[in-house]
Design a binder for this molecule. Structure first.
Ligand SMILES: Nc1ncnc2c1ncn2[C@@H]1O[C@H](COP(=O)(O)OP(=O)(O)O)[C@@H](O)[C@H]1O
Ligand SMILES: [Mg+2]
Length: 272
């Protein structure tokens, strides 16, 4: 059978390439105005990252475990930091950032560069940035106890970042053990009532979302960050590969990192 290519998007009918998706037959199956919403619903966690909640139909489902995947320097850590900062500042939702490699002070410096007063929030105990040994998180997920458990409980933590699950996995034996560790961790974090962001480092250009090829199965959502090579330039883009209970965009959306952090262009086409 000859390969049937869907016809190009009719730009006269839609606002931009990023506002429409095509069916296999080439029909426009939705347009942005029908699908994307920025409406606030209490069962949605707002990242408050400009443009991002919009491509997610208003935000991430509360209590979800989200895999934040991408190559080195693609914006994963900044995305997570901005989500925690906004949650603590704008929604009174305490956040904990667990780093396994980058020192807490280095993460704070990134935030300070963007003008985010993380020091004030840490003083108020609504934000905590910590460098931890992976064994502590393993203890926590095994027994739901230990220092980390009490830190989360005391803060009433609502948003947790684990940066990165790739590093955590590298301390575990085989693929079966890795899968079990990540699945147990995700379940435990859900049990304490937080929404969780698991950072996954992937090699540039990789088609999957995790180095071990299974992280996506134990999470409710997958957000993938790209840094695409275009001639001499690179274009940053983000896409939602999966988000349970959510009618999300299925397109690549460009974003930038400037002195205010990340801004997603929910209504702009990716390639110009
Ligand atoms: N203040 C800033 N202004 C503009 N771009 C920045 C700034 N700080 C960091 N970046 C960009 O963000 C990248 C790092 O993003 P990060 O979230 O740490 O990546 P990773 O996906 O590896 O966690 C840097 O390589 C740089 O391109
Ligand atoms: Mg990082």
């Amino acid at each position: 059978m000859p390969e049937r290519k869907p016809p190009a998007i009719d730009f006269a009918k839609v606002k931009s390439a990023a506002t429409a998706a095509l069916s296999e037959k080439g029909e426009i199956i939705y347009r942005e105005e029908e699908t994307f919403t920025d409406k606030y619903e209490s069962d949605r966690l707002r990242t408050e990252i400009p443009g991002f909640d919009k491509i997610l139909g208003g935000g991430i489902p509360r209590g979800a475990t989200t895999l934040v995947a991408g190559g080195c320097g693609s914006g994963k850590s900044i995305f997570c930091l901005q989500t925690l900062y906004n949650g603590a500042l704008k929604h009174d939702e305490p956040g904990a950032y667990i780093s396994f490699e980058e020192p807490a002070e280095s993460i704070r410096n990134t935030a300070r560069k963007f003008g985010w007063d993380v020091d004030a929030l840490e003083k108020k105990n609504v934000l905590k940035i910590m460098l931890k040994d992976p064994y502590e998180i393993k203890d926590f997920s095994k027994t739901l106890s230990g220092e980390m458990y009490y830190t989360f409980k005391d803060m009433g933590v609502k948003r947790i970042v684990i940066d990165s699950v790739t590093y955590l996995a590298s301390t575990v034996g085989n693929n079966y053990e890795i899968r079990k560790t990540v699945a147990t961790l995700a379940r435990r974090l859900r049990e304490i009532g937080a929404s969780t962001f698991l950072v996954s480092e992937i090699p540039e250009g990789a088609t999957g979302v995790g180095r071990y090829g299974m992280e996506e199965f134990v999470t409710d959502g997958v957000v993938k960050f790209h840094n695409i090579h275009l001639k001499e330039n690179r274009q940053r883009a983000v896409e939602i590969l999966k988000m349970r209970r959510t009618k999300h965009s299925i397109l690549l959306h460009p974003f930038c990192i400037n002195n205010k952090g990340i801004t997603v262009f929910a209504e702009q086409p990716i390639f110009k």
